[in-house]
Design a protein around this ligand. Structure first.
Ligand SMILES: *Cc1c(COP(=O)(O)O)cnc(C)c1O
Length: 396
């Protein structure tokens, strides 16, 4: 007799999702002593005032369950921040909910809004949690492929986006600035997404965790989809402190939108984590109110790191797709004799002591990303310099 102890206990809908590529590649980095440009976390701390505020909150007894929607100071700061940078108005009481990172906000949004069989339009390569959250909800992903255009950027076929929308479309999940490609969606592209949402009466869930990382040479600035005509009322706008304030381990995120959407997210979220990070929430509130200098300085620093890595990868022979935003640069490994990004990344630590991530694992159409790999540049200059030296040695 087969018993429950003999079979894989995992539910079928999660079986296609193995260990994340980040865990595999980070373990490889540790085992081989390689420079890890795989996972996108900074190796320096965020603003000292924010860290001091968190320490103070810990010591002053803010260590119990905060209110379900988040501490009032943080919700007020999230509202003020969106007004200041994007001209978007949200009521801190009812139109904003604090979550355990952007990841929980995305998961709760999909679980709250999608019936089994509902379709979610998303752009591939996609952030790895999207596919898993869609699968957990029993929903169906309808990916639209971003492809290199030959001028160092990525774009999608508008007809493919149009074709991805249909009678079962419940929402579009849009990440701009986009991980892993570093693409910032252009005004025309955003207008088409908005038009299709209105035409199909679909919601939009936007992942804008890189809202402050659009470089000064980007073709267009970042524009939140919620600012387009007819979109505020159907958009749930998600961001988080992790990327903007170099505190990816804090997992303090938020979702903003019309009260009905935010309330739906809260209904699910209260049974996922209920609440999180009580003493970190007031610290993030103070960080969101930092003067403009912080945000421009942070962007300039990352842009310099981007240039350093792009130059280094180019010198090492990669065909580089220069990003307009985010923490990441993607590159084609073909000029280095690579035919498959997964093989390339598995052998890279042994060959030269650097870890990167193959982006094909973020596509349904693996062929589209076959030869592309992603490097993170949210690292100290000396770390990037060392990685570049090693990569050049490998290609010599
Ligand atoms: C890092 C990242 C997240 C995760 O944000 P958390 O606040 O750490 O949950 C979500 N989306 C994208 C595109 C990311 O790159």
């Amino acid at each position: 007799m087969t018993t429950t102890t003999d079979v894989d206990p995992l539910v079928a809908r999660m079986r296609p999702f193995g260990t994340t590529i980040f865990a595999e590649m980070s373990a490889l980095a540790v085992r081989t002593g390689a420079v890890n440009l795989g996972q996108g976390f900074p190796d320096t701390d965020g603003p000292p005032e924010m860290l001091a505020a968190a320490a103070e909150a810990l010591r002053s007894g803010q260590n119990q369950y905060p209110p379900g929607p988040g501490v009032p100071a943080l919700r007020a700061a999230v509202a003020a921040h969106q007004r200041r940078f994007w001209g978007l108005e949200y009521d801190p009481d009812g139109e904003i909910v604090v979550t355990a990172g952007a990841t929980e906000a995305v998961a709760a949004a999909i679980l709250a809004l999608c019936e089994p069989g509902d379709e979610v339009v998303c752009f591939e390569p996609y952030y790895d949690s999207y596919a898993a959250s869609i699968a957990l909800a029993g929903a169906v992903r309808r990916p639209v492929t971003l492809r290199p255009t030959g001028d160092g950027r990525y774009a999608f076929d508008p007809a493919a986006l149009r074709a991805a929308f249909g009678p079962r479309t419940r929402l579009v999940l849009l990440n701009s600035p986009h991980n892993p490609t570093g693409k910032v969606f252009t005004p025309d592209e955003l207008a088409l997404v908005a038009e299709l949402c209105r035409e199909h009466d679909a919601y939009a869930v936007t992942d804008e965790v890189y809202e402050h990382l659009v470089f000064t040479d980007a073709a267009a600035p970042h524009v939140p989809l919620a600012t387009l005509p007819g979109m505020r009322e159907r958009t749930l706008r998600i961001s988080s402190a992790g990327k903007t304030f170099s505190c990816t381990g804090w997992k303090v995120g938020w979702a903003s939108g019309p009260a009905a959407l935010v309330s739906a997210v809260l209904r699910v979220k209260q049974f996922l984590t209920f609440v999180n990070a009580a003493p970190l929430q007031p610290a993030v509130a103070m960080a969101l109110a930092l003067p403009d200098d912080y945000f421009t300085g942070f962007r300039a620093e990352l842009q310099a790191r981007r240039d350093q890595l792009v130059d280094g990868l180019t010198a090492a022979g990669f065909e580089v797709l220069s990003p307009e935003g985010t923490y990441f640069v993607t590159a084609d490994v073909t000029p280095l004799g690579g035919r498959d990004g997964v093989e390339f990344c598995r052998s890279l630590p042994e060959r030269c002591g650097v870890v990167a991530v193959p982006t094909q694992v973020f596509y349904d159409d693996a062929e589209a990303g076959r030869r592309l790999v992603r490097f993170a540049f949210c690292k100290r200059p000396e770390v990037i310099a060392e990685a570049v030296t090693r990569l050049r040695r490998a290609s010599a």
